[in-house]
Write a protein that binds this ligand. Structure first.
Ligand code: SAM
Length: 323
């Protein structure tokens, strides 16, 4: 799913207000700010960097949220999301995705510290004019805060900007406020993964259930130095390509996510942890399972099972591992 046309046009309009060269420079500053190991400070400092975020990062965070929402709905046919709460909403990326997925949305609350980002998010959203109330709350999530219950609570690429101890406390509050699901997404780096692993243990200790990606509630079986992450392909608009000074029409966004639920789920037997290797006569999968990490080979001779497995991709779940 690519950015809705009205959103792409709204981003193009924002970008047209400034010189291309300046956005490229701001985009480079943003990249280096995000790459700094200890980013616990505002990463976006000025209006050029906000525009650069729209052009170069929003399509990628949008795609990571799409991927995660797909995982959230694929095994939850009865799930109804009528309200959304976003912690560190930025330009309202999650709401744009939610508008595509949850047609019965009745309200959204977007919490964001940066008032200029709020104004930018409001300008973008004015092109879509959701038919329900959208409340922007200017607040600093580092400070004590409380929120009303919402069906879906999301923190997408924002918790890494908070003090880790604070992020843990806040996400417990967020879980308590989530009637249906809490979704957390962070960059697919060792650091992003390790931070979410801590959150995972913390919330599981507080009676949360995990829907995905782990096919079990046990300790993560990955060894130190290894990290779980997923990837989604992001189409680049011509503006995006120019700003990234790249010729490819796409990029791959790597991320890690957790989906928590108030109720226990029937978990699948495995999750595919890397791109399956497709050889001439067999397929090879690296799987996370309740008994640890497993390498599984499915030979062409296995007929129906092979045909079924051939369509599976990195990040997919496997209901039943047939051997
Ligand atoms: C990387 S952006 C992610 C934006 C959006 N969630 C997305 O996925 O595209 C992080 C956002 O979190 C906001 N943020 C960071 N620290 C915050 C805090 N302490 N309180 C409120 N918002 C915060 C930033 O201002 C920024 O807009």
């Amino acid at each position: 799913m690519t950015l809705p046309l009205i959103l792409q046009q709204a981003i193009d309009e924002e970008a047209a207000l400034v010189k291309g060269k300046e956005i490229v420079k701001a985009r480079k500053e943003l990249t280096s700010s995000y790459r700094t190991e200890n980013i616990r400070k505002p990463c976006i400092h000025n209006s050029l960097q906000r525009t650069a975020y729209l052009v170069s990062r929003m399509p990628a965070t949008f795609a990571a949220i799409v991927f995660t929402f797909q995982k959230m709905i694929e095994r939850s046919e009865a799930l109804q999301i009528k309200s959304l709460l976003d912690l560190g909403a930025g330009p309202a990326t999650s709401l744009w995705v939610a508008l595509e997925f949850f047609l019965k949305l009745e309200r959204a609350t977007l919490i964001e510290r940066d008032s200029e980002m709020i104004a930018l998010g409001q300008r973008l959203l004015s092109k879509s004019s959701p038919s329900f109330p959208v409340t922007w709350r200017k607040a600093d999530l580092e400070k004590p805060i409380s929120f009303e219950p919402h069906d879906l609570v999301i923190a997408s690429y924002s918790m890494g900007e908070l003090d880790p101890k604070r992020a843990k406390e806040l996400l417990l509050l967020a879980f308590q406020a989530a009637n249906e699901r809490l979704v957390i997404i962070e960059p697919g780096t060792p650091k992003g993964f390790r931070a979410l692993l801590e959150i995972r243990s913390h919330l599981l200790e507080h009676k949360a259930f995990l829907q995905a990606p782990c096919p079990h509630l046990l300790t993560c079986p990955l060894k130190e130095g290894d990290w779980c992450h997923f990837s989604t392909r992001v189409s680049r608009s011509s503006l995006h390509r120019r700003m990234k000074e790249g010729s490819l029409g796409y990029e791959d966004e790597k991320f890690f996510y957790l989906i928590f639920s108030k109720k226990a789920h029937d978990l699948p037997e495995a999750r595919i942890l890397s791109p399956p290797l497709k050889r001439l006569k067999h397929l090879q999968f690296r799987l996370c399972t309740p008994t640890g990490i497993q390498e599984k080979i499915f030979s062409k001779k296995e007929g129906e099972i092979y045909k079924k497995m051939r369509h599976l991709r990195w990040g997919d779940s496997i209901e039943k591992i047939e051997i």
